[in-house]
Design a protein around this ligand. Structure first.
Ligand code: X2X
Length: 345
């Protein structure tokens, strides 16, 4: 009996020693550079978040983990809806990605793109920081990628080169660039617009040439990309959709790191995500929204909707919401609706 116990103890010790040796061997096998994919570079909150993450990891691992930022989704030739597959396959080591761009692979990520689901920042936080956010992370994990933290792209406002948009009728016939899943095509079709799907890389020349009339993106992107210089003179603050960002790592890369380094990378993602969200909301979360004043100063006509005006857009897109609620999964959407209703304002 005693001998058997000793045997068990010895083999446990042996396993522990091998584990340690394995850890050391792995540490030597770290890549010289880990490729971090984002759509936007450091001139935007999104790319800034990537820079912060890389910097924090470098400091806290004493350079053991060296992350290089690849903005413009350049590792997939700018085709942002292929980014998630490339992370899963290991073409990309790490990414900070929008739920919109990964929704073709993970149907449930369409949740955030349900028209008018998220009335305000508190609603967004109630989802990402609560049990629904945990459900979403479990789905990302199941899809083969390790999720670590939330960031934010932001509330997506509609802009165009033709006219102020106050009513759904004002969208009629406008050619609007969208990206992501067919949910966006459905939403803009329901509003009488003419949506067309293209990457962000293709969107800017298409706006400049007038091939498309309008687009929808957060104001932080509008100003940093100077969309007023490609004819976008009319903006309506309708806040119909907000896309969070998710910090992730390829599973094999994750497993190649020691547990201590994994913890560092995760905590750095959480810290960078928090800062990134603050940057993304700057000028918009304050009551007087100074960013909008800046935009008016650039000759952009900024339309704010009254509650009744906004309601007309909600009503026009309600059938799309109902259809996609089922396709996303009614229980998950209901859970989100409840979390939003119970949010602290
Ligand atoms: O392409 C866009 O509109 C952008 C930059 O916001 C996303 O990647 C979702």
């Amino acid at each position: 009996m005693k001998r058997r116990l000793l045997g068990v103890a010895l083999s446990a010790l042996a396993a522990a020693v091998m584990g340690l040796a394995g850890g050391a061997a792995q540490a030597q096998n770290y890549k010289a550079e880990y490729k971090l994919s984002t759509v936007l570079g450091p001139a935007f909150p999104w790319g800034k978040g990537g820079e912060l993450w890389a910097e924090l990891v470098k400091q806290r691992t004493n350079g053991r983990i060296n992350i290089k930022l690849y903005p413009g989704t350049s590792l997939v030739q700018g085709d942002q809806t292929r980014e998630f597959t490339a992370i899963r396959q290991g073409v990309i080591d790490m990414a900070i990605g929008s739920t919109i761009n990964w929704s073709p692979q993970i149907r449930e990520l369409n949740l955030f793109s349900l028209p008018f689901l998220l009335p305000d920042y508190a609603a967004m936080d109630a989802i990402t920081q609560g049990p629904v956010g945990q459900d979403i992370f479990a789905l990302v994990e199941k899809a083969g990628v390790v999720p670590l933290a939330w960031g934010e792209n932001g509330y997506r406002e509609i802009s165009n080169s033709k006219r102020d948009i106050k009513r759904p009728e004002d969208l009629k016939g406008l050619k609007i660039r969208v990206v992501g899943s067919p949910l966006f095509i459905d939403t803009f079709t329901a509003l009488g617009a003419n949506p067309t799907q293209m990457s962000w890389a293709d969107a800017q020349p298409a706006l400049a040439s007038g091939a498309v009339d309008g687009q929808e993106n957060p104001m932080s992107i509008f100003t940093a990309a100077k969309l007023q210089t490609v004819g976008q003179k009319h903006v309506t603050m309708w806040g119909y959709v907000a896309d969070p960002l998710i910090f992730v790592v390829n599973r094999d890369v994750w497993q190649s790191w020691t547990p201590a380094d994994r913890e560092i990378v995760k905590q750095a993602a959480i810290d960078a995500g928090k800062q990134e969200i603050e940057i993304a909301r700057k000028g918009l979360a304050e009551a007087d929204q100074p960013l909008l004043k800046d935009m008016s100063g650039l000759g952009v006509s900024v339309t704010r909707l009254s509650a009744a005006e906004r309601e007309a857009f909600v009503a026009a897109t309600r059938p799309v919401y109902d259809k996609w609620k089922n396709s996303i999964g009614a229980p998950l959407v209901t859970k989100a609706e409840q979390a939003i209703a119970a949010r602290r304002k």
